[in-house]
Ligand binder design. Structure first.
Ligand code: NAD
Ligand code: TYD
Length: 351
């Protein structure tokens, strides 16, 4: 793994993965981070990495929907490994406005696959990051395994399902050395405050209503982002070509329970006096259309075959996530600001 292309490295999981990898003694290669810098991407997340590893970390602002620019990057940096995170990732946005989801998640992935196929002799591995949402909704029982049929509900999950099928087809048809991972809901530092956990943390800190969809009894399986990063690193090094690995946190929670846990943790961290007891901020709101009831991952395959395990208990993960948002209020102000976004776009514009 000499020249590793990361797509979407300025987003939540990509940022954490890049930071994780530069801490691994057995990663000695160069990393080329390609990101379009949508509202969800912030290259400043990696400023310290850029300074510490000037010869081993490169950022290029580019859209994965631009095949010519992408091909140029593959050739200029002699890419041998791809780890593909870039996507439009928020279900609620996909319901309001699906276009970018189709473009980035489907066409963007197709572009990457085509460029990789045309350089197959150079390519050691194409790893595709996907989601458990492709499997649709579970009832009260059962788990998603790698052989669960796809039944996506939202434009987001349908676009991810489509990209998964393309990746597998490129293995079957062209023998491209692919691996895939389908993981559950991640949480941790650098997550854009539109997803449940950072939104609830920030609203609770600011004394704003905590909007819980429907009856709050939808279940998600929560995975601390560092545990996801270690799973991807295992798969990149030891995963078998053509295989899919489900990655989960063994941590199913109803949304309402999770939100109450966050409220109590923030009360403990900051004192109740600043704002009224946070649980009182919980507000049940209209349900999300097509809202999947329950996700739960059976991660036996990656545990048995690659010896991976999630290591972070939810209480610890939530506490360190709350601490991170408390210590990084500047980051929050910046990512929420339109003016900052425009400035970032100008700073990092590349031909
Ligand atoms: P994110 O929205 O935080 O980040 C996405 C990144 O991709 C951003 O930096 C954005 O600028 C970049 N991007 C978007 N469109 C692009 C384009 N056309 N060209 C280049 N870059 C582009 O997402 P995330 O939460 O970090 O998710 C990363 C991956 O993991 C996605 O593929 C997502 O489907 C998958 N995933 C996420 C979760 C989760 O809980 N966050 C769970 C399962 C799977
Ligand atoms: P989200 O973080 O959007 O992830 P996903 O939809 O990919 O699972 O939402 C997690 C769960 O929280 C999901 O069941 C929807 C719910 N939710 C709320 O109840 N209120 C909110 O404001 C948000 C953003 C999500």
């Amino acid at each position: 793994m000499k020249n590793l292309l990361i797509t979407g490295g300025c987003g939540f999981i990509g940022t954490n993965f890049i930071r994780y990898l530069f801490n691994q003694p057995d990663f000695t290669g160069r990393m080329i981070n390609v990101d379009r810098l949508t509202y969800a991407g912030n290259p400043e997340n990696l400023k310290d990495i850029e300074k510490m590893f000037p010869d081993r970390y490169v950022f290029v602002q580019a859209d994965i929907c631009d095949p010519e620019k992408l091909a140029g990057i593959f050739d200029a940096y002699d890419i041998d490994t791809v780890c593909h995170f870039a996507a439009e990732s928020h279900v609620d946005r996909s319901i309001v406005s699906p276009d970018d989801f189709i473009k980035t998640n489907i066409i963007g992935t197709f572009n990457l696959l085509e460029i990789a196929r045309n350089r197959k002799n150079r390519l050691r591995r194409f790893h595709h990051i996907s989601t458990d949402e492709v499997y649709g909704s579970l009832g009260n029982d059962g788990y998603f395994t790698e052989t669960t049929p796809y039944q996506p509900s939202s434009p987001y999950s349908a676009s991810k399902a489509s990209s998964d099928h393309l990746v597998r087809a490129y293995h079957t048809t062209y023998n491209l050395p692919v691996t895939l991972s389908n993981c559950s809901n991640n949480y941790g530092p650098y997550q854009f405050p539109e997803k449940l956990i950072p939104l609830m943390i920030l609203n609770a800190l600011e004394g704003k209503p905590l909007p819980v969809y429907g009856d709050g009894k939808n279940v998600r399986d929560w995975l601390y982002v560092d545990d996801h990063c270690s799973a991807i690193w295992e798969i990149l090094r030891h995963g078998k070509e053509g295989e899919t690995y489900n990655v989960g946190g063994d941590c199913e929670l109803e949304n309402i329970t999770l939100v109450e846990t966050i409220c109590d943790a923030i009360d403990n961290a900051t004192g109740k006096d600043a704002v009224k007891a946070r649980r009182e901020l919980i507000t049940f709101v209209k349900d999300r259309p097509g809202h999947d009831r329950r996700y739960a991952i059976d991660a036996t395959k990656i545990k048995k075959e690659l010896g991976w395990m999630p290591k972070t208990p939810i209480e610890k993960g939530i506490q360190s996530t709350i601490n991170w948002y408390l210590e990084n209020d500047n980051w929050v102000t910046r990512v929420r600001s339109g003016a900052y976004r425009e400035w970032i776009q100008r700073q990092y514009q590349t031909e």
